[in-house]
Design a protein around this ligand. Structure first.
Ligand code: FMN
Length: 203
């Protein structure tokens, strides 16, 4: 392998400080420790407009799509909002429609690690929502996921993570995504489009 895998983290809320952004950065650190080159896309700073296909392509959406396209693997982090991902997070993935015409399209051959921070204990609902999105975009959901429960107990008022065990698990997720990216390289792609079993549904 001539280069390191590029792991791109995408997420955070529009709140400052954002626990889901902190958690994402810790997971991305884990990817870097596992040997990946890394990049974090903070959705608050990116400041995407609401998705529409009718008013040209805003530069922020083009930057997002280009960064995702360049990634060998992704880490996604949204706060849990009302039993799902946040609207801001969903809006960001809607802009990945810009990758529809790429060859291969969308997130083909990219493993995606998913995490969320939740006020309560139902964060898996946001993870489940992300998993549906990953599959619809032809990505590969990494089996290891992490929903950080009761976020106010493990992040301080400045959004810093204060629980070492949670930090270790987030770093582990980053390492796992890096491992998955390397595995895809070792095996070539996992592009099954040519040999799809009859009856398989992609969307
Ligand atoms: C609009 C809204 C909806 C929320 N819905 C849920 C929810 O359904 N379940 C839950 O456990 N926490 C919920 N929360 C709490 C957030 O998940 C929690 O505070 C999280 O840490 C926020 O992430 P952030 O710090 O990145 O903004 C909600 C918070 C907001 C603002």
């Amino acid at each position: 392998m001539a280069r390191s895998p590029l792991v791109v983290g995408m997420g955070g809320s529009l709140r400052t400080p954002s626990t889901s952004l902190t958690a994402l950065c810790v997971a991305v650190e884990g990817a870097a420790e596992a040997g990946a080159d890394t990049q974090v896309i903070d959705l608050k700073r990116l400041d995407l407009p609401l998705y529409t296909s009718e008013q040209g392509i805003p530069p922020s959406a083009r930057r997002l799509a280009d960064a995702v396209q360049a990634a060998d693997a992704l880490l996604w982090s949204s706060p849990t909002y009302h039993g799902s991902v946040s609207g801001a997070f969903k809006n960001a993935v809607d802009w990945l429609a810009l990758l529809a015409d790429h060859d291969p399209p969308y997130l083909s051959n990219k493993p995606v690690g998913m995490l969320t921070t939740a006020g309560g204990v139902q964060g898996l609902q946001a993870i489940n929502a992300m998993e549906f999105i990953v599959r619809s975009l032809r990505g590969w959901a990494v089996p290891l996921v992490f929903a950080v429960p009761r976020s106010s107990r493990v992040f301080d008022g400045d959004g810093r993570l204060t629980d070492q065990a949670v930090a270790d698990q987030l770093r582990g997720l980053g390492a796992e995504v890096t491992r998955a990216a390397r595995q895809f390289w070792a095996e070539g792609t996992c592009d099954y489009a040519q040999e799809r079993p009859s009856g398989a549904v992609l969307d």
